[in-house]
Design a protein around this ligand. Structure first.
Ligand code: 3PG
Ligand code: MG
Length: 353
């Protein structure tokens, strides 16, 4: 993989640095509900401050604002407040949501100029947004000397290990609802895995018509629900015995055990997507079993994608996997073998000019 040059090689003392981070975090009642992505940006900010940067201007998008009301809902103020608690340094400044500018998502050069103006260097640490060619992730990188931040590099390194030679068995676990988005990644990576386990909504689709060019393991039993509700009636049934009108909302215990056996004997694991509607207790057991097996395995394990990451965090198992990716779509596109625009815009290692 082509690696972008690191911020560690930049001479930042006395410089004014523009940092693009991915601080697109969930909000609740005007507060940051999960600050994982804010905390993930801190090592790069610290490095810049410790090495004597004169000013560090942080920018990020937040949500997908469209209407006037969205400008209040997605203002950066709560993110800035949280960042100030974590990094209390007067040299740090947070810009307003980049997506409030209509040029941002068009990769407009005029907006990129506004961002670059008054800065000496640009550091992109927004791995989660690196699959977007936007003014703050792509165009601006051509206007200032550009470097990759520590999180961006760590993500490339950890996810990149899955693209090269891996220790075997390599077990890939896929689930979740965004089936179309994920099948391309599965096709790219799955052929290299020894075992591919599929749960969640994706399993239903693959069972009807498998578009993949390799064999996969699908659930043998499921937790069926009388309706799509947290308090629905539930029943564990074989996949071919789902009562008329009922829905499969989790993998069943036999499947969880079978998947678990594959997972604990793996040496390399990539997991993306929950096994069911784990936000509801009645349908959380399958995802929990997979998360626990991944944590238990003596393997190089990577968990990516918003829902699986949330599951592993909520279960308190994040420190027992090798890498928890801050990227959703970005991780998937990288593993599909695509070059990410936000990464491609940064000069490669070895070019310090
Ligand atoms: C994400 O949360 O996936 C990233 O921040 C990118 O956001 P986007 O999908 O709105 O571009
Ligand atoms: Mg997304």
């Amino acid at each position: 993989m082509r690696l972008p040059r690191s911020v560690e090689t930049a001479d930042v003392a006395g410089k004014r640095v523009l940092v693009r981070a991915d601080m697109n975090v969930p909000l609740e009642d005007g507060h940051v509900a999960d600050d994982t992505r804010i905390r993930a940006a801190i090592p790069t900010l610290r490095l810049l401050l410790d090495r004597g940067a004169a000013a560090v201007t942080v920018c990020s998008h937040l949500g997908r604002p469209k209407t006037e009301e969205d400008r209040a809902r997605y203002a950066m103020a709560p993110v800035e407040a949280r960042l100030r608690e974590l990094v209390p340094d007067e040299r740090v400044r947070v810009l307003e949501n980049t997506r409030f500018h209509p040029g941002e998502t068009k990769n407009d050069e005029g907006y990129a100029r506004e961002l670059a103006d008054g800065n000496d260097l640009y550091v992109n640490d927004a791995f989660g947004s690196a699959h977007r060619a936007h003014s703050s992730t792509e165009a601006v990188a051509h206007l200032l000397p550009a470097y990759a931040g520590l999180l961006l590099l760590a993500e490339l390194e950890h996810l990149g290990r899955l693209l090269g030679e891996v220790e075997r068995p390599f077990v890939l676990i896929a689930g979740g609802a965004k089936v179309e988005d994920k099948l391309a990644v599965l096709e790219h990576l799955g052929g290299r895995a020894d075992t591919v386990l599929i749960g969640g909504k994706m399993a239903e689709q693959v069972r009807v018509e498998n578009p993949l060019s390799f064999p996969v393991e699908l659930p043998s039993d499921i937790v069926a629900a009388s309706s799509f509700a947290a308090d629905a009636d539930t029943r564990v049934v074989s996949v071919d015995a789902v009562p008329e009108g009922w829905l499969g909302l989790d993998i069943g215990p036999a499947t969880a055990a079978a998947f678990g056996e594959h997972i604990v004997s793996a040496r390399t694991i990539f997991w993306n997507g929950p096994m069911g509607v784990f936000e509801w207790d009645a349908f959380a057991a399958g995802t929990r079993a997979v998360a626990e097996a991944v944590a238990r395995a003596d393997a190089y394990s990577v968990v990516g994608g918003g829902d699986s990451v949330r599951a592993i965090q909520e279960l308190g198992l994040a420190d027992r996997v090798s890498w928890v990716s801050t990227g959703g779509g970005a991780s998937l596109e990288l593993l599909e073998g695509k070059e990410l625009p936000g990464v491609a815009a940064i000069p490669a290692v070895g070019r310090n000019g």
